[in-house]
Ligand binder design. Structure first.
Ligand code: ADP
Length: 498
């Protein structure tokens, strides 16, 4: 009996594949970074074919490591960088343009216009989101306005739009399935999270023909079968969720009031709010967490655009560290940052500021500032941004957050977790498997084929590895966060009119 669950985890900087056994243990994994394109200031693109080839490559590689064959894979779960927008030809499969990545700021002016024209409330009421270049709608609109012939072809029903999950699903099924799941759809700004359908009024607003849109399905259940010519066996694809929602699921945050933070390329704090969406105007977004059967769970989310990628910036642009892990060693060489703060607003700021014109800022530098201080300030910036989200969630829900579950690449950094616990005054808990995103996708796929009967059964597979208690008092925390807020204020509205 084949018994592996294969998670395809298509991230912003790398494509990964992890094979799990039925007990949720990692059997094998493989990962590949793929190229990032920055054609202009603030623009970020991926090549959809490179996304696909790197993803299929790591899937084969992971399988090879186990000595198993495709027939040993019982089901596939897909999880992905969200919002990233791809349009391709239905017949040939050729993308009409590169993937416009979630980080891309090219539609900042359009979003400003939407705000000025008073669309923010309507967009929030329908989608739970706010007008920001982050979400797919204005990226799709941009493609239709700027790629010659694209809109006409779309109107003739010749093109497909999809987020990365949808693109992978289409490729895996040999072009037979054009579908997405509710969690990914809820990030497009075209999807009504109350009616769980594409919204006519928003499609009109962004000039999107309905024919380009994928079918929206629950996150767990049969999406389709892999084409044996593509994968080597007709494996069922039975789980799909956006990376942050999959991580929420994979961390076992299945009940209202539980939350997790992922320190990945970006930082994402999600709080499960149960079966009804909680709308607010404090700068968090409301989103679908997942749907299993006819039960939909919602979350509120604080999205931080630059988190672990600030560490990559230290490595690649500044050359201050050789690798990400070295950041911890250097940060511990100094007692504090010596008053230095880094606001990594490299692509503007997300929650709660939503300012696409904010830019990065390093402040508090003195003649005594050295490399270690800057590295430490970079790590601390990840905790400050997360802390702002935690406090906002407490304000919005009126409940104190008892503890923070963490995952993502940078959660391997113990210094960061210690600083986070001190700053937020709550315990920080890391699971034994920090690949929560991939595990979440595998678990959704497992439920989809009936391997697991319930969320409870999935939760039993998750175990705690590290628990870090806070050690600082409220006065220390206030001094730190006050200074951080002053630094952030100075980074806002910087590149206006550029
Ligand atoms: P994603 O899925 O968004 O591509 P990951 O969860 O794999 O990202 O996390 C990768 C990020 O984590 C990178 O930006 C990297 O710089 C950062 N990172 C990895 N290891 C460490 C570490 N030990 N300390 C700090 N940051 C780290």
């Amino acid at each position: 009996m084949p018994n592996y669950l294969m998670a395809l985890d298509q991230g912003t900087t790398s494509s990964r594949c992890i094979l799990f056994d039925a007990n949720g243990n990692i059997v094998a994994s493989a990962a590949h970074e793929f190229p990032q394109y920055f054609p202009r200031e603030g623009w970020v693109e991926h090549d959809p074919m490179e996304i696909w080839s790197s993803q299929i490559g790591v899937a084969s590689e992971a399988l090879l490591k186990t000595g198993a064959t495709w027939r040993d894979v019982r089901a596939i779960g897909i999880t992905n960088q969200r919002e990233t927008t791809i349009v391709w030809d239905k017949k040939t499969g050729a993308p009409v343009y590169r993937a416009i990545v979630w980080q891309c700021r090219r539609t900042a002016e359009r979003c400003e216009e939407l705000r000025e024209k008073g669309y923010a409330d309507k967009i929030r009421e329908k989608t739970g989101l706010l007008p920001d270049p982050y979400f797919s709608a204005t990226k799709l609109e941009w493609i239709f306005k700027n790629v010659p012939g694209a809109l006409d072809r779309a109107k003739r029903g010749e093109l497909c739009f999809g987020t990365v999950d949808c693109w992978l699903l289409w490729k895996l099924t040999g072009g037979r399935v054009h579908a997405t799941d509710v969690s990914n759809a809820s990030r497009t700004m075209l999807f009504n999270i109350r009616t769980l359908d594409w919204d006519e009024e928003l499609l009109d607003l962004f000039g999107v023909p309905r024919s380009v849109l994928p079918t929206v399905l629950p996150s767990s259940g049969l999406f389709g079968y892999a084409d044996p010519d593509v994968l080597g066996a007709g494996i069922p694809i039975t789980g799909v969720a956006g990376d942050q929602q999959a991580a929420l699921f994979g961390e076992g945050c299945h009940t209202p009031g539980t939350l997790k933070n992922t320190y990945g390329t970006g930082g994402f704090l999600l709080l499960n709010t149960g079966e009804s969406p909680v709308f607010q105007d404090k700068g968090l977004v409301t989103t679908v967490a997942w749907q299993i059967g006819d039960r939909v769970k919602y979350a509120i989310e604080g999205s931080v655009f630059v988190c672990g990628s600030a560490i990559q910036w230290l490595r690649d642009q500044l050359g201050l560290i050789k690798n990400a892990a070295e950041s911890e060693k250097l940060a511990r060489k100094v007692e504090d940052t010596g008053g230095v703060y880094l606001v990594p607003a490299f692509t503007g700021l997300g929650a709660p500021y939503w300012d696409p014109t904010a830019r990065g800022l390093l402040i508090g530098i003195t003649r005594a500032t050295n490399r270690n201080h800057i590295v430490r300030a970079t790590l601390e910036s990840m905790a400050y941004q997360t802390d702002e989200m935690i406090r906002l969630m407490e304000t919005v829900t009126g409940n104190a957050i008892p503890e923070l579950k963490v995952d993502g690449g940078a959660s391997a950094n113990r210094f960061l977790l210690e600083f986070q616990a001190d700053l937020s005054g709550i315990p920080v808990v890391r699971p034994a498997c920090i690949e929560s995103t991939a595990f979440g996708a595998a678990a959704l796929a497992g439920i989809g084929i009936g391997l697991y009967k319930s969320e409870k059964e999935v939760a039993q597979l998750i175990s705690e590895d590290t628990r870090i208690e806070p050690t600082k008092d409220a006065a220390w925390r206030k001094e730190k966060t006050d200074a951080w807020e002053r630094a952030v204020k100075r980074s806002l509205s910087w590149s206006y009119g550029k």
